[in-house]
Design a protein around this ligand. Structure first.
Ligand SMILES: *Cc1c(COP(=O)(O)O)cnc(C)c1O
Length: 684
């Protein structure tokens, strides 16, 4: 492997020598799932840290010299910094699960390809669940010590930021990411110049610079087309996540798959296993086949078998229209030359992306290609596995649907990233630090029973109070920006109640997720939330895809409802849902609500984040909750029915939802034992 040197992209010249460890901490995203490290950065300047999306790099580059000088003489701060730096050092050197279970000399190199990665709100290269899953994947791989690299794109503008106009209609902003203020490390060759790789576009190669973000032990490589060597129009290809049109999409996918593999090779990290997170990444398989044919002189069929043996694929999308597919003429345009390199004919090549290879009209599907190039394929929950086998059964005409080779691996979350700091400490105290090292050891989790009810409840209430304070402060800035009168802004201090039963609903606003279901019978909802003895409140958040008008209508409806006098104090919508908003919500709610139309929620992971913090799920039996619900850890809305009459479905399921809140959830929350804790829980 070439001895490529690395250095952070931004040097922080004003950092006194004694504070140098801060630079190393800021450039390893490990800090974001370690509460003590987060607290360290916050301590430098709490308001600034808040204002800068909790970005340590931006914080350090915006901090005044006088403040640094102060910190360099502050023994308390220095001790804190040294402790955190030692913890990172220890983390990077400690033995790992992988090291203990597999021979150290085994030459495994896993590459995880994804269009988006949600690691932290300060690195805005994610949109939602798919990206957050990928980010959590990298963090868990780091904890386990897997020899894994992430591969994605470096978006200048990332995904949009949401704000609402007076009518509650979603507006989108694309603030440009400031490269100097992202935790990017430039990958350089032995000669000290940036590593540049290429990906083929019609009539030209697009050149790509390779950046690295360090996530604990794991490198995440991000490809960037915005360099002067490229034509002006090519420089914009990697500007936005899910932006542009179908041409942008195929160009990004060529860059991710083909450019991504070339980047790994240039870094001396040719993978032995490639994991494609969603069909977006499927072109990586083609490039591996091409290289085997060129370098090892294999024929196409043999090369394909070799590549397959080292490829896994995760599909995420349970509706056919949600899976990327390109018209045949676009494939001719973009991959015509590539087909020749593979030494095959057009028909055979198109067959790789078609469920019915002989159907000349069928578009070229990226999920189909991925399924055909992978040795193992999985959906993201047991139910989604079943749905996927049905959806793609035509690819295997000789197999019964139940034997279609798509399994399921239910999504998970990186617990430490989603746990409230107070809860984290409580776990450390009663479970021992083992819970972090052995998250799947039930013997460790059994000790959760040792936490006294009153202590657990107090901890939870602190998190709820923090959510309410956060919601009020966000509402005030939302109102200020909209130019609301001062009286209205002041009134935001009165919304919500830190002691009331709090339900959270935060997810992408897509019509199948039915963000407005709880308003179906507004009078009944008003009676529930305004019950003087047992008030209920709901916190909403979520973005709609910029082109999804149905989703935007749902947001507007929720916002308009929430403004009505009977709801104003009990129901709020927080703008610009991101990982930060998600954290406050999953830390602080009592109940996490999810009411999609089954079986369209492939997994849904936000409910797992809430559960880790002790919240109870209230959800349709869809996605992970089919497996997660055990009758004692939350509530199922309905019994897993699927409907053809959607209007009727909404009636039935909204009624079931109201019934559960009124008859089960509210009494459970408000009937208190002698210690002030809800009396209905185990041991209460
Ligand atoms: C966890 C998370 C998601 C995915 O959760 P779902 O339950 O699938 O909606 C989406 N967006 C953000 C910001 C998240 O933190």
């Amino acid at each position: 492997m070439p001895g490529h040197s690395v250095r952070p992209y931004t040097v922080l010249p004003s950092l006194p020598k004694r504070l140098q460890p801060l630079q190393g901490l800021a450039y390893n995203l490990w800090w974001c799932w370690n509460a003590d490290a987060v607290a360290l950065f916050r301590r430098i300047n709490p308001e600034l840290f808040e204002a800068l999306d909790h970005s340590p790099v931006r914080l350090l580059s915006s901090t005044e010299q006088t403040r640094f000088d102060e910190l360099a003489g502050d023994d308390g701060f220095l001790a804190h910094m040294d402790r955190v730096a030692a913890a990172l050092d220890h983390y990077l050197k400690a033995p790992t699960w992988f090291g203990e279970h597999f021979d150290a000399d085994q030459d495994a190199r896993i590459a995880y390809f994804s269009m988006e990665f949600g690691i932290h709100e300060s690195v805005p290269v994610y949109s939602g669940g798919l990206g957050v899953l990928a980010g959590d994947h990298l963090k868990s791989a780091s904890d386990l010590g897997l020899p894994l690299s992430g591969v994605g794109l470096m978006y200048r503008e990332g995904y949009f930021r949401q704000y609402l106009n007076v009518d509650g209609w979603q507006q989108e902003r694309y603030p440009e990411n400031d490269f100097f203020n992202l935790p990017l490390i430039a990958e350089l060759g032995t000669d000290g110049t940036p590593i540049i790789v290429s990906a083929p576009l019609p009539g030209r190669d697009v050149l790509l610079r390779v950046w690295r973000i360090q996530v604990g032990r794991i490198p995440l490589y991000l490809l960037d087309a915005n360099i002067p060597q490229n034509r002006p129009e090519d420089r914009g290809i990697t500007a936005q996540l899910y932006g542009g049109d179908q041409h942008t999409r195929i160009q990004q996918e060529i860059i991710l798959g083909i450019g991504g593999l070339r980047a790994l090779r240039a870094l001396g990290k040719e993978p032995t296993v490639c994991h494609m997170n969603e069909g977006h990444a499927a072109f990586v398989g083609l490039e591996r086949i091409r290289l085997l044919m060129e370098e090892k002189k294999l024929d196409l069929a043999t090369a394909m078998e070799v590549v397959k043996a080292g490829t896994c694929f995760t599909t995420h999308t349970p509706v056919p229209a949600g899976n990327d597919a390109f018209p045949p003429q676009m494939i001719d345009q973009y991959l015509g030359g590539y087909v020749q390199l593979l030494g095959t004919d057009r028909q055979t090549f198109f067959g790789l992306g078609r469920q019915h290879p002989q159907n000349d009209g069928e578009p070229f599907g990226m999920t189909v290609l991925a399924l055909k190039l992978a040795n193992t394929s999985n959906g993201v929950s047991a139910l989604h596995g079943t749905v996927s086998r049905k959806m793609w059964t035509d690819i295997w005409p000789t197999l019964p649907t139940s034997e279609v080779p798509i399994g399921s691996i239910t999504n998970g979350v990186h617990t430490q990233s989603w746990l409230a700091p107070e809860m984290d400490q409580l776990f450390d105290r009663y479970l021992g630090v083992q819970w972090e090292a052995k998250p799947t050891d039930f013997a460790v989790w059994k000790k959760i029973e040792n936490i006294p009810d009153a202590e657990l409840w107090r901890t939870h209430e602190r998190c709820r109070e923090r959510l309410i304070a956060f919601a009020r402060s966000r509402l005030k800035s939302q109102l200020r920006r909209r130019g609301a009168p001062p009286s209205e802004i002041q009134a935001a201090d009165e919304v919500l109640d830190p002691d009331a039963l709090t339900i959270g609903f935060a997810r992408r606003f897509a019509t199948y997720k039915r963000g407005d279901l709880v308003f179906r019978d507004a009078a009944r909802l008003a009676a529930i939330v305004n019950n003087a003895k047992a008030p209920v409140q709901i916190v909403f958040a979520g973005k709609a895809h910029p082109k999804d008008n149905g989703g935007k209508e749902l947001i507007a409806k929720v916002v308009q409802q929430a403004r009505r006098p009977e709801f104003r104090h009990r129901i709020v919508f927080l703008e610009d849902y991101d990982m930060n908003v998600a954290r406050y919500m999953v830390h602080g709610v009592d109940v996490w609500l999810n009411n999609p139309r089954r079986p369209l929620e492939a997994s849904g992971t936000s409910g797992m984040k809430a559960a880790a913090n002790g919240a109870l799920n209230l959800s349709i039996l869809d996605g992970w909750w089919v497996e997660g619900c055990d009758g004692d850890n939350g509530w199922a809305i309905g019994a897993g029915e699927e409907y053809t009459d959607l209007h009727y479905q909404d009636d039935v399921e909204s009624r079931a939802l109201y019934d559960l809140i009124e008859r089960d959830i509210t009494p459970l929350f408000y009937q208190r034992g002698t210690t002030g804790c809800p009396a209905g829980g185990s041991g209460g």
